[in-house]
Write a protein that binds this ligand. Structure first.
Ligand code: NOJ
Length: 875
């Protein structure tokens, strides 16, 4: 032993607690029923050197990884610990070859925790634009900002949660409960981000649909006595047709990383679930990048490696334990043969290939110029250890002109739900703005950590998916500026609870009352007004309903603007004739006030479409958050019994009325749909993939001399709680600190976990084609229709293509395409969309492949999921 290290560093990963797949307990004591079960899939698929779009990145990664020592490979795969350096997560560096520590940083709508960055509209508002170009441009702009701060991997976009339950706390970080809309938004965001030179991370894979019980510690903090996290029990068909779908689109777009979830899927933890990671992601869909754990979502050492995890984040077992499941334990596991070299080589290859694929180079890495932990200019580089005091923030301004784009996205993502003629505003005589949501947070827009409060106008939700506002334009500011310009009288009361003053104001002659109301949601680690991430209900916050009802009883020209993460219940007042307009302004980001002013005054003719359904009651959605543990103190069980029937698919199936359906949104002009045509293309038969993979490749050699792996020297600049790849002793068993050390892989890893021989390809997979069997993307039909602007104003229309797949178990309609088209008054333009084989297929659980059923299918083109103006049988 060369170097005595503190006990805390004894990285005691659970090499022996490696049971990645639970045994199916048939007679569960509490449930007396079989718990959902996740089948094992081993070995973990290795990268494919010929994968389309990855060839070049693979070559570069190969050249780099082949030079690495085992310790250096381990350094790539293991985070250095919570708060160890500047970013929310960082890997170990490889100084010998000039590779800096990679910076993982949140998140989907801003660079979190920095300054001089932009705050973009949330995913849900981007989804409402139904505009691929805006989705791409937002991804690109986010990528530019991340790049400018020295970020290697930007931890977004989000397709999980998809939005199974409208109350889900983080739905707004993602896009829409519709998998096709979300899939397109994922793909465009990934392309944009990676084109700007930063690796994107599709998260959270998969089934993290609610905040309650996602983490044991968090749940216990709220007083729930559970010992394991929630299990999302998802059947195979639902997984393929709903939850997996948008991740596959991200894979096809070349996403470099995927984050696995805190929750369990079918009673196996997301980050050691070989069905999810080995089978669905890597084998079936040919994902070539790397899987990183969500923060503290890793629970085992070798078992998670065998199940397909490639990077441990933030690297310590629990925050600041100084211990790791990987780090030294991964070094040991390879040295003693528990984990084959090919697996650690594959991890390193996947990480480096993603790095190169996003256009990064070892020679030209942007230095990290911020510290996530503080905005102070000087502080400890090693934040948790309080060590190496130096400059850690350079306050680099990365905003460019993104404010313009943000304003445009939020305006185009604003949905006009109702308009009986009061909009657009045209030099109104007297504007009265009512409500706290129109004004500022009196303590400043960034006063609550991670935006964990709801004061003033709502720009974004709360949690890790947020950022510091560079400014937040309030509706009050922007509308007042416009009123002054127009010569309108303008007054605002930025309170919800001031009935006397509000009544006195809005009941005056000629008042146009604009009431701002909101609801908020966020991530589970912050409780805002009793909402532990997930919303407690779907009603407006701060007695918004009472406010709307009051104002509309005093003013017969009341316009309501809603900022919210998803649907809220409008049932009590939406059809009140005094309410002349209702707008959903989503979560618009920093340009909040400007964007809504653009829409209210017609500078932007509204064309946002609601990316979710507005039901009449909470119960009408048919799905909800599980708020109380339902399995004693064991893993709460959430059965996705509704299958693919969430949001509009559910309402349609139940034939239930809705207030505003998915895809709905008004314009200041009107459109006519005509002339539907379907052209069928000859694409040949679907050929299930056959053949085998290569055998698992290895890259370079490693020394088997244990001496080479202990801490380098007495002078080693050890940092407290930092995760290292080094052993503390040449005696491997004591180095592991694991009582079960010495068990062989066969004794505790599932069969085939270490089998590096050539493996059969799945029929549904695509040899060399990320995204599954390439025939799935054959274009089988082209659908066209004519859209005529029959009104007097130029405007954008969003024609939507829906499909009925014909079977008794199929949803009434599913979205399959859309476009956003600019149409001048009187002009007729053509809408064009294609249907791929995947679009017209269903997942066949028996054959484990996609199949086009014999049921007659129907195509619809319409302006929403329930206004299907045109229809035709699919030839
Ligand atoms: C946990 C969140 O679930 C994830 O989305 C985020 O990227 C990490 N924390 C890091 O902040």
């Amino acid at each position: 032993m060369k170097f005595a290290i503190p006990l805390a560093l004894l990285a005691s990963g659970n090499l022996a607690l490696a049971t990645p797949e639970p045994v199916q307990p048939l007679n569960h004591q509490l449930h007396k029923r079989a718990l959902a079960y996740s089948e094992p899939h081993y070995p973990s698929p290795w990268m494919d050197s010929k994968a389309i779009g990855w060839e070049d990145a693979y070559e570069k990664a190969k050249a780099f990884v082949s030079q690495l020592t085992l310790l250096e490979k381990v350094n790539l795969t293991t985070g250095i610990g919570w708060g160890a350096e500047q970013c929310v997560g960082q890997t170990g560096a490889i100084p010998r070859l000039g590779l800096k520590s990679m910076c993982m940083q949140d998140a989907p709508l801003a660079i979190r925790g920095t300054d001089y960055n932009s705050v973009f509209p949330a995913g849900v508002t981007v989804a409402a634009t139904f505009d691929r170009g805006l989705m791409y441009r937002r991804g690109y702009a986010l990528g530019e900002e991340a790049k400018g701060k020295g970020v290697t991997v930007l931890l977004g976009p989000v397709a999980g949660p998809l939005g199974r339950a409208p109350e889900g706390g983080r739905n707004w970080e993602g896009f829409s409960p519709d998998p096709v809309l979300t899939g397109i938004a994922m793909a465009e965001t990934v392309r944009g981000t990676q084109d700007a030179g930063v690796v994107a991370c599709a998260k959270h894979f998969v089934g993290n649909e609610q905040e309650h019980f996602r983490q044991v510690g968090e749940a216990r903090g709220y007083g729930y006595n559970i010992s394991e996290t929630l299990s999302s029990n998802i059947d195979d068909k639902t997984m393929h047709e709903l939850y997996l779908w948008p991740f596959v689109d991200a894979i096809r777009a070349g996403v470099g990383s995927v984050m696995c979830v805190y929750t369990q899927a079918n009673n196996s933890y997301g980050c050691q679930n070989s069905k999810l990671l080995n089978n669905l992601l890597k084998q079936e869909n040919g994902f070539q990048g790397f899987v990183m754990s969500d923060w503290q979502a890793q629970h085992t050492g070798v078992a998670s490696a065998a199940a397909g995890l490639d990077m441990s984040m933030p690297g310590d077992t629990v925050f600041n334990s100084g211990r790791s499941y990987w780090g030294a334990n991964l070094t040991l596991a390879v040295l003693n043969g528990t984990l084959p070299q090919w697996r650690i080589d594959d991890m390193a290859m996947r990480i480096m290939a993603a790095f190169f694929k996003a256009g990064q180079t070892v020679e030209d890495q942007e230095p990290i110029n911020f510290s996530f932990w503080t905005l102070d200019t000087y502080g400890p580089l090693h934040w948790a250890a309080g060590k190496d005091y130096q400059q850690i923030n350079w306050h680099v301004d990365v905003q460019g002109d993104h404010g313009t784009l943000i304003r445009e996205i939020a305006a185009r993502g604003t949905v006009l739900l109702k308009n009986t003629g009061s909009l657009p505003l045209d030099k109104p005589k007297f504007v009265a703005i009512i409500g706290e949501d129109a004004g500022p947070n009196p303590f400043g827009p960034n006063s609550c950590p991670d935006r964990g409060c709801n004061n003033g106008t709502l720009g974004i939700g709360w949690g890790s998916g947020t950022g510091n506002f560079p400014y937040l334009v309030t509706p009050d500011q922007a509308l007042q500026a416009r009123a002054v310009q127009d010569g309108s009288r303008y007054e605002s009361i930025l309170r919800n609870h001031a009935p006397t003053e509000i009544k006195a104001l809005v009941s005056q002659q000629d008042a146009t009352a604009i009431v701002f109301v909101n609801a908020n949601a966020g991530e589970g680690y912050i409780n805002v007004e009793g909402n532990e991430g997930d919303r407690l209900n779907l009603t407006l916050w701060k007695e918004g309903d009472a406010l709307v009802k009051n104002v509309s009883s005093w003013c017969n020209n009341t316009i309501v603007v809603i900022h919210s993460p998803g649907p809220v219940l409008l049932t009590e007042w939406y059809d009140n004739p005094n309410i002349t307009a209702i707008l959903w302004a989503g979560m618009p980001g920093q340009e909040n006030g400007n964007s809504i002013t653009d829409v209210l005054y017609g500078r932007v003719n509204p064309s946002g479409r609601t990316p979710f359904t507005w039901g009449a009651t909470r119960e009408s959605y048919g799905t909800d958050v599980l708020y109380e543990p339902n399995n004693g103190n064991e893993a709460p069980q959430q059965d996705y019994t509704e299958g693919v029937f969430i949001d509009y698919r559910h309402f349609d199936k139940a034939d239930a009325p809705v207030l505003y359906e998915f895809g709905y949104g008004l314009s200041y002009t009107t459109f006519n749909y005509s002339n539907l045509k379907i052209e069928k293309h000859e694409v040949g038969e679907y050929t299930p993939t056959t053949g085998q993979t290569e055998q698992a490749p290895t890259f370079g050699n490693f020394s088997e001399n244990v001496e080479d792996y202990v801490f380098p020297s007495e002078e080693f600049p050890y940092v407290y709680q930092f995760i290292y790849p080094y052993l503390n002793s040449t005696a491997m068993s004591s180095s592991s600190g694991d009582a079960d050390y010495g068990k062989t892989a066969e004794e505790f890893l599932p069969p085939k976990a270490n089998d590096g021989s050539a493996q059969p390809l799945l029929p549904s997979s695509g040899h060399h084609h990320p995204g599954g069997n390439p025939a799935l993307y054959d274009i089988m039909y082209t659908v066209t229709a004519d859209i005529t602007n029959t009104g007097k104003l130029a405007g954008d229309e969003v024609p939507q293509l829906y499909l009925n797949l014909g079977g008794p178990e199929d949803p009434k309609v599913v979205l399959r395409g859309f476009d956003r088209l600019r149409v001048e008054p009187g002009e007729k333009v053509q809408f064009r969309a294609v249907l791929t084989r995947r679009d017209v297929s269903s997942w066949d659980t028996e054959n484990q492949d996609w199949v086009i059923t014999d049921f007659p299918k129907k195509v619809f083109v319409g302006s929403s999921s329930r206004k299907l103006e045109l229809e035709e049988v699919l030839p």
